[in-house]
Design a binder for this molecule. Sequence first.
Ligand code: GDP
Length: 204
Amino acid sequence: MRFVPKFLLSAMSPDHFPDSVRTGDAPEVAFLGRSNVGKSSLINKLLGSKEAKVSSTPGRTRAINFFALHDGTPQKFAARPSLIFADLPGYGYAKISKSISAEWPTFIEPYLNEREQLSLCICLVDSNIPPQESDTMLINALQQMQRPYLVVATKSDRLGGNQLTKSLTALKKAHSVDRILPVSSKTEAGVKTLWPEITNLIQD
Ligand code: GDP
């Protein structure tokens, strides 16, 4: 399946989130992670374009950036999107933080709590650093909200096989999750496994 990505909008408050006219009620996938975890690189890899670079332009980093994925080719693509990607602001700037929401714009929590079409949260954690408390807090929050989520360990190319296995074991334990999918935007390792987990959400 080939998609044409279209940037929809940057939202700074819930009343700016795209409505069903713009999203076609397509399933939405949210990408969440600490700043520098490799979120833009992974989204770009998945979209096969530089669309997500918009999130690194000043003023957009604190917003939720929405993209519509249309089935087809740039010459001919479906009018209704098949999927929506929501790129959420990175968290974890502060060295010590008591809660995620203290750092996050106030509309992130309503987004995760209330966004009806939100079908999957992809939580990115860095495989190269020890488990981070802010990631645990986010994953706990999603578990409590009963949101479907998938934890993805980024930058797997930087670790050898044994080191990667060790890192994944530590991350699973710290975040109380059964499964973590290692990915690399550099070598594309794991991206082929991740993609079907996303496209499986599409209902024809
Ligand atoms: P974001 O802040 O989460 O959007 O992170 P970026 O995608 O901008 O990446 C942050 C840094 O990590 C950049 O220097 C990237 O080149 C690097 N990076 C991202 N993904 C990978 C990866 O899979 N492997 C390696 N080795 N570096 C990566």
